[in-house]
Ligand binder design. Sequence first.
Ligand code: TPP
Ligand code: SF4
Length: 273
Amino acid sequence: MQQAYEKYFRQDRLPHIWCPGCGNGVVLGAFARAMAELNIDQNQTVVISGIGCSSRATTYLDFNTLHTTHGRALAFATGVKLSEPRLNVFVFMGDGDSSAIGGNHLIHACRRNIDITAVIINNNIYGMTGGQYSPLTPTGKKATTAPYGMIERNFDLCELVKGAGATYVARGTTYHAKQLTDLIVAGAKHKGFSLIEAVSQCPVSYGRRNKMKNALEMVNWAKEHAVNQKAAEKMTPAELEGKFLIGELHQSAAPEYTAEYDKLIAKLQGGIA
Ligand SMILES: Cc1ncc(C[n+]2csc(CCOP(=O)(O)OP(=O)(O)O)c2C)c(N)n1
Ligand code: SF4
């Protein structure tokens, strides 16, 4: 990890701004290890984020980075990938950033199957702005905007993107950090839109409000409630009650957007000549 830390983080931008116990650093650590495992060329790699605590990732990561606007990371990423399809394009988003204001960009990136790897850090809340609920805040949980408990049903992010056409869908947690690295590696290798949901903890804006006193309690919650997808196949619905699945949840093949775009250009140019 020491090598990945020195190679993939901008040392001059550290220390980071995150609260003690925040899960963002664990996800970034998993990402850096994934980049090391892929032996990725930093100059051929672009990392893009929106706005939020999680989106500060692009400040610290030493790649070509774009720290964009709230909810629009995938729109910028689509532009970058279309302009130069050979680049490796990664996106970091928060749960609010990706599934509320950026929800439309998300479903259409999935539908297009554009070759981008998105890591969504799901801490169940708008962390940066002090704890408003997001579409991923579980029903019944408290937020500044739901002081008596959330009455809406939350999205299952992985099911949402699968339904929208993503061709690689996985979920990990900050407890299962090694697995998270492996999922990011597999997502990066996959040709098409890959989404990795990283279940994470915001002890400050979510935990304290929802009877989880500290980061350790939150990480232990993930440990106790996550079930590997393969193990889940052998479990009964009653045994799975209240649990969530981790691992590779979906993989399929479909035409990739920039490849289709290039084919169209070649066809039209062939027609003109
Ligand atoms: C267009 C716009 N609307 C609202 C905001 C205010 N804002 C900044 S971050 C944020 C929410 C961040 O929550 P999330 O995306 O879940 O990321 P986290 O901070 O939890 O990592 C909001 C609403 C903004 N910056 N721009
Ligand atoms: S507010 Fe929450 S998400 Fe933001 S840095 Fe603090 S712990 Fe992390």
